[in-house]
Write a protein that binds this ligand. Sequence first.
Ligand SMILES: N=CN[C@@H](CCC(=O)O)C(=O)O
Ligand SMILES: [Zn+2]
Length: 425
Amino acid sequence: MILINHIRQIVCISDSYQSFKIGTDMSNLHIIEDGAIIIQGERIYELGSSNDILSHYSPDNFTEIYDASDMCLIPGLVDAHTHVVFSGDRVHEFAMKLEGKSYMEIQAAGGGITFTTSHVRESSEEELYNLLIPRLDRMLAFGTTLAEAKSGYGLELDSEVKMLKVIKKANEEHTIDLVATYLPGHAVNPGKTAQEMVDDIVNHQIPVIKQLKDNGEINPEMIDVFCEKNVYEIEETKAILEAGKRIGLEANFHGEEIEYLESGVLAASVKARAMSHLENLSEQAIPLMAEAGVIGVLLPTTQYLLHLKTPPARSMIANGVPVAIGTDFNPNMWCLSMPLAMHMACVNYRLSMAEALVASTLNAAASMGRSQEYGSIEPRKYADLVFIKAERWEHLIYQMADPPIAAVWKKGKIVIDKYDRFRLK
Ligand SMILES: N=CN[C@@H](CCC(=O)O)C(=O)O
Ligand SMILES: [Zn+2]
């Protein structure tokens, strides 16, 4: 067993194995001052105040002992929304956006998702994998230990499957755990109608996805659609999500990003696990989402880049929608840092730092069906831990672009240690 002792603050998030947090409970972080934690194998064994833990154990009980008296501890961060597998950058489009072109204008002219899709179709599985790994390394250095990862730049069966295989392999081989989302409805291929795409996805792609999943070749757990005006609108989105649900994939989709379509009501009616973006979410949809337990995933980086409306985050929290945060890392929005996304959610959406942390740990884990094992510091959960070298944990968010992350532990092992000096035994 391993003991980490005299931690200034252990920010547990929950002490009752909650699946997610809502409302004022998002401000309740269950902080233990001068805490100690015991790790056994991959998991947390026990935690409490240092006094309590030290009175029950002797140093002989431990193979390793660490002193963390100048650090705070939070659960590993969880990134609820990424498009981390792709080839080709879009820096030229960033310049176009600065000149005033909108996201949809660039997409309509064959750029955007269509541009990235043509690159991904040309890339081998190995090329995509080799591009992915350094991105995951960077995410880990920013404290992310679990992330959602979407396909969505294949937009035909073979290339979607290729992306899902890359995600599966990276999940097996990289330290970060990935939950795969199959995103067949990310854009409409040039020369096709949305309805033709839906027919292909529902009748041709989804049965093969099921077969490959059953054989263990790919492992998507969720299905996603970009529900947007002139992309996949409500009925088309619904058809894809329901076909995915029939093969056991949970709905976790893009909605209400650029134009209002009432996708929040759709999310509630199909009992989606989560919906991301939400900039145009209506007040009427909020209680329905709360009632259906749909997690609202905020993506403050993209909203900032594209000058989108501010999502009604405060109203979502006040009305009981569980709120999560993601980086939305993708070739449109290049951000691998959850602390930066959290900072933006605090400043631009007026989340408190406590709410942002819950949204980036327990609630983000819930958005991918993982909150029983990840997202809080509680006995039996994975020992995915982030140490912050500061007097209070809030420095993680306050120090914005350069968060003082001293060490990251993944499943009971140190995987990042910037100071290499807190081990005593
Ligand atoms: N809005 C749709 N999908 C992505 C962007 C993907 C891309 O532009 O490549 C998003 O969540 O922001
Ligand atoms: Zn996205």
